[in-house]
Design a protein around this ligand. Sequence first.
Ligand SMILES: [Ca+2]
Length: 327
Amino acid sequence: MTIPIKILLDTDPGGDDSFAFLWLQSLAKQGYAEIVAVTSADGNVQAHHTFAGSCKLLQLGGFGGVEVGRGVIGGSAQQAVADAGGIHGADGMGNLSHTLPAPAQDYETARASDDLLIEKLKAAPGEIVLVAIGPLTNLAAAERKSPGVLNLAKQIVIMGGAFFHQGNVISEAEFNIAYDAEAAKLVFGCCQNLIVMPVDVTHQLVFTPALAQQISAVQPDSPISQFVVALCNFMVGTALSFREMNGQHGFLVHDAATLAYLFYPETLLFRRMQVEIETQGEWTRGKTVFDRRSGIKTTANAWVALEVDAVNLLAMLVEDLKLLVAS
Ligand SMILES: [Ca+2]
């Protein structure tokens, strides 16, 4: 019998978050994952939008009973990066959130994401995989409030960073790290259990309208099919307008890479590194760096994915989303 992986999802939906969210719910329905909680994060759009988006995505996938935390705000005193509403839509979800079921939870009365993280990690030390696909503000706040708590996670799987490939928010840095570089510095400074999915691999995860059609063909009138097709079309439009895709007709499902690591690890190759976060640089704030010189090293905090079998990974995503639509 399969023992499901206990997952706490920290997320800032987000177009690519939405695809990761649905993938996770498919894996949970199939019995491979257990969703312990969702901690929404301030990021792609503001915290009240990512909270509502998280609740709605859980309702859509059939997991409306999972508790959602409200994102900690103001993690970075020097925040210089604007949110990504221009890419993901004002609501973070392609301006489609009004088409989804109403949230079953209330932002005003929800628990703070850092408190929820602390409670869940302390209740099951060494058991929970923390999947972090937004800025690391909530994780840093939890660690400040309860030092050592992040190392109670079995692993922390992060979408973030850019090592050999260019960044996306500036040439030298990726959004999730740069949006709250101080939080990232704190998390990378205190944890040894990190798995990192940087832009180096996620820039290859081009999700296309043709893939969305494969999913929706299972049952075109299902709310999930309609959402997947409409969100894909929106994201492709903004990706093209931001000149992100080198002319390819698709958009990047960055965040989905974290679930590929957990459930389809044969699609990825990793390197062991001590990753540091640049917080002082005038032109490089939020850059992820490591010592790439040959020579002895006595510390490492992360396994960093640097190669991906994108065709296979996207095929796994599509097949699991088809199962979710059919369920
Ligand atoms: Ca995200």
